[in-house]
Unconditional design. Structure first.
Length: 137
């Protein structure tokens, strides 16, 4: 299992207290987290510092934007081959209609789509909505 220090070292980032705290929150969750949820978890943290930390983590390939169709920016830890300014997170995201949580479905791959001539793809997102296993009980 990766620790916050392992992750920061792997991505050649300074080991600051805020970075370690943010990574501890991500490692302790199985769902994607919004900026406001992180603010609540880390009540003593400055909003701008937290924003900059998330931006740096996304640029470095540590986290990715988990698009779930709600319009909220949620983030999840990258799994696999993400690198600086290059994300390889081509998986679906599941948004629960009951609890509102968003989960990465790493085993559900976003298919490659052949576009007509003249079209250039910049992003592709597969969003699945329904009821998660915790709410389905």
């Amino acid at each position: 299992m990766n620790t916050p220090l392992d992750i920061l070292q792997k991505h050649d980032l300074r080991k600051t207290a805020i970075r370690i705290q943010v990574l501890e929150v991500f490692l302790g969750k199985d769902e994607a987290i919004s900026h406001s949820e992180l603010e609540k978890e880390l009540a003593e943290t400055d909003r701008v510092t937290l924003y900059r930390t998330l931006k740096k983590f996304e640029e470095s390939g540590i986290i990715h934007n988990a698009v779930d169709g709600t319009g909220a920016n949620r983030y999840a830890l990258c799994q696999g081959a993400c690198e600086h300014h290059h994300h390889e997170d081509r998986h679906a995201h599941f948004n629960c209609n009951q609890c509102g949580k968003t989960f990465c479905l790493d085993e559900v791959v976003v298919p490659t789509i052949k576009l007509p001539n003249g079209y250039t793809q910049e992003a592709a997102h597969l969003i699945i909505k329904g009821t998660c296993e915790q709410c389905d009980i």
